[in-house]
Ligand binder design. Sequence first.
Ligand code: NAD
Ligand code: DAU
Length: 338
Amino acid sequence: MKVLITGGCGFIGSNLVRYCLERYSDWEIINLDLLTYAGNLENTEGLEDAYPGRYTLVKGDIADRVLVADLFDRYSIDLILNLAAESHVDRSIKDASAFMRTNVVGTQILLDAAIRHGTGRFVQISTDEVYGSLGKAGKFTEDLPLEPNSPYSASKASADLLVRAYIKTYGLDAIVTRCSNNYGPYQFPEKLIPLMVINAYNNKELPVYGDGRNVRDWIHVKDHCRGICMVALDGKPGEIYNMGGRAEKENIEIVRAILAYMGKDEGLIRFVKDRPGHDFRYAMDFSKIESQLGWRPEIDFEEGLRSTVDWYLGHKTWWEKIISGEYMRYYERMYGNR
Ligand code: NAD
Ligand code: DAU
């Protein structure tokens, strides 16, 4: 089976490429990635040699219609797993342009290609953020209306609606997955957990937005990858599947847990100006995928967090290269006057 994974050099994408190659020996993976600031060749290093003939990287833009058409002509794709995206909420607040181009137009171009080439199945990797924000109680279910609050989540919700339209209008075999906050190896250090681990290691302040009481439902990236593959293989056409980690935590709890595990002082914590439109709480009801496909998260959060901290401490050269240069200019822009 020929599987197109887009965004396969990013955080979840690279974990997914590796998971698919290990788990499904008859899958050939084509990874289409633009290698933006978030895409890193080191995330997939060695895969061509480890899996001869089964892994190909194509550097390119999902929003480039000519390139995408050419790629679909060259490979006869059976399955598309669309992960390519601009993924960081704070960046979308500064400038939403790239989010609209990649997350909306890019998805439309891939959907068109899937229709034109009769691709077997399209799986759109979406996010819990499309549902908006919860108060202290309740959980997101698949039938809730979409109420995105950031330019990022609005772009992901738009893509979800396009997928729905292509199912209804053209009869495309497509499925949307919506997952909560992932953590694990290879996550770009602009995101909460790697940022806090690296700052703590460097004895730098840990910038916690607002009062730190916002809640996210954390899932290990490996559990998410397993779920994506189960949906791709056995999900029902036209459905939406939520995934979550059953690990709701306040941000401040996570930051304290990281400091405690690393033996660092809580004096490093600094409460900074809140993110505009900051969603208060996400929590996922994943009973649908559990009852239909037998998926549930397996990695315990406390254990997963420890192994993730260990991974970053053991891969200093990976993140040192990232936090030098361009990323540090972003860091100054984001946190300089906060
Ligand atoms: P990421 O930012 O780490 O990686 C995104 C990847 O997409 C990078 O490799 C980048 O180079 C590539 N890319 C960006 N624009 C592209 C374009 N125009 N054409 C081709 N490639 C392009 O993101 P991530 O955290 O791994 O998220 C992957 C997907 O999963 C996204 O669609 C995101 O919305 C979704 N998601 C993420 C989370 C999470 O917690 N990180 C949770 C749920 C859903
Ligand atoms: O819920 C799924 C989403 O999770 C994905 O769709 C997004 O692609 C992914 O980026 C993530 O979005 P969040 O905005 O929840 O993740 P982030 O790591 O940016 O922030 C997590 C929480 O931590 C959030 O409440 C904001 C807070 N935070 C974040 C940073 C970077 C801080 O307090 N300080 C920080 O420096």
